[in-house]
Design a protein around this ligand. Structure first.
Ligand code: ADP
Length: 481
């Protein structure tokens, strides 16, 4: 079975969030499951600079390929995955794939990602030797693939659209329809029209044969107005085609027994080894110049600083927690207001709060390994990776009960199977109360070690997810024969 993955980012080359992690990790795992996966990506400089050999497969021209035309390049990534790259001069080689320095969307995003979708749908124009059975597009950037497939004559691949975050919908003014060379009938309420505008995401949701999202709970939630971000009605219509497949994590990149970024290595097999985690904590505190009174708990945050993540509420809940001597290490960039809030907090509590605003992979690993408890109080969370990293590193997650957070963190009354701390309502008292619960548990060393052991025994490798995607792909190809 042949599957063409299409996406706008891929770890470790270009990544802004969980989508990049998934696109980096899932294809090699699917290949292990005997699915013949290849990728189509924008020709980012970071990829071109790091692969050994790049060949030009085809030169293309057409309305979506800009006046200068396009090229399909081919290369193989370090992990052996074969990749096609769509190269259009001036389109993709930018410091951030989506936004400019000021955080504003690139003004030609509609063209940049429409071209990617068009190239995917028209793969027969540039690749005759490898014909996909399935085209699997990720997020709104790939939403137009099934719309462009409507123009394609003859047998067509089945399509899968995966929603990594329904809040991002690729909405553009109607007047841009003329630039997109889409079949005219697609601008329709039963199509990609969305309240008088064009939505790339709605196109993917409406036309794809199957829709997946990255956790079972999020698949349920997005059919409700509170979480559907306006797409709940389309998803209700398509509910039979919608399912949640929980993400995994890359077990090699996020492995406390081999992680090159951290000060001590450990695994979850024995409690003694979990204690080696103390070296990571000490190194982190030293690096962050945190000076806590002995045995005080350290909380951590590794996150985009955006409203979704609920960190505004954490800011307000912190005072009462800091008064007890606890610490906080924050790595995150994003909204100016949140960045300023955390910077102020660090100034006010210099020996207890450390904040770094920027993107830093090494520091992310050090925080995940070094803090005692990683906080993810999201308003919504499609899957969430940070809590999974926390579980693997014996760093107990404290999360809101939503989306993938609800699916992955266990908080039982009797604590026998618990792996972290879960709360329901994103309010200052409820978050502070749950942090207090975590501190109380931390002060009971036997209990804390038990939870760490439970957490580290969880298995969030990609194998299970790859198996579930394979079942889905098979069902789609079967239904066509
Ligand atoms: P989202 O995709 O909504 O950002 P996820 O939890 O699914 O949230 O994935 C976030 C990913 O981005 C994780 O791999 C996390 O470690 C990483 N990350 C987020 N912010 C930063 C940062 N400032 N520096 C380094 N890594 C970060």
């Amino acid at each position: 079975m042949r599957v063409l993955f299409v996406a706008s980012e891929i770890y470790p080359y270009v990544k802004t969030g969980g989508l990049g992690d998934v696109v980096g990790a899932l294809p090699p795992e699917l290949i292990k499951h005997n699915v013949d996966v290849r990728l189509l990506l924008p020709a980012y400089g970071e990829i071109l600079d790091s692969v050994e050999k790049v060949t030009t497969l085809k030169t293309l021209s057409g309305p979506l390929y800009s006046k200068k035309g396009a090229r399909i390049l081919a290369c193989t990534l370090a992990d052996g995955v074969k990749v096609y790259l769509l190269d259009i001069e001036g389109y993709y080689d930018r410091p951030n794939p989506y936004v400019d320095k000021a955080g504003k969307d690139w003004p030609d995003n509609h063209l940049r990602f429409a071209a990617l979708c068009y190239a995917a749908a028209h793969i027969a124009d540039w690749e005759n030797d490898w014909v996909p059975d399935i085209i699997h597009g990720h997020d709104w950037h790939c939403g137009l693939i099934p719309a462009y497939l409507r123009q394609v004559q003859g047998p067509k691949p089945a399509t899968v659209a995966t929603i990594h975050n329904i809040a991002y919908q690729g909405i553009f003014p109607r007047r841009l329809m003329a630039e997109l060379a889409l079949p005219a009938d697609t601008y329709n309420i039963n199509g990609l029209e969305y309240y008088g505008q064009i939505s790339f995401l709605k196109s993917g949701l409406y036309y794809s044969d199957a829709i997946t999202t990255v956790s079972p709970q999020y698949a349920k939630e997005i059919q409700l107005p509170e979480y559907g971000c306006g797409m709940q009605d389309v998803l209700k219509i398509r509910s039979v085609a919608l399912q949640g497949i929980l993400n995994g994590i890359d077990p090699d990149v996020w492995n406390p027994s081999t992680d090159p970024h951290i000060a001590g290595h450990y695994n979850g097999r024995t409690l003694k080894e979990i204690r080696n985690k103390a070296a990571c904590r000490a190194a982190l505190l030293a690096q962050c110049k945190l000076n806590l009174r002995s045995k005080r708990m350290v909380f951590g945050v590794v996150s985009r600083l955006v409203e979704q993540k609920g960190l505004d509420v954490l800011l307000d809940a912190m005072q009462v927690i800091l008064q007890q001597g606890a610490g906080l290490a924050v790595l995150g960039a994003g909204d100016a207001e949140l960045e300023e809030g955390f910077t102020r907090l660090a100034k006010e509590w210099p020996s207890q709060v450390f904040v770094f605003h920027g993107y830093d992979e090494t520091l992310a690993h050090r925080i995940i390994a070094g803090v005692d408890c990683i906080i993810v109080p999201s308003r919504f969370e499609p899957c969430g990776l940070v809590q999974l990293y926390g579980l693997r590193y014996g760093t107990l997650p404290l999360v809101r009960r939503t989306g993938g957070l609800a699916d992955t963190v266990i908080d039982n009354k009797d604590k026998s199977a618990s792996t972290g701390f879960v709360f329901d309502n994103l309010t200052v008292p409820e978050l502070a109360y749950t942090m207090q619960r975590a501190i109380n548990t931390y002060n009971d060393k036997t209990q804390w070690a038990k939870l760490q052991k439970n957490a580290m025994a969880q298995n969030f490798g990609w194998s299970r997810a790859a198996g579930e995607y394979k079942v889905l792909y098979k069902s789609l190809t079967k239904s066509r024969t």
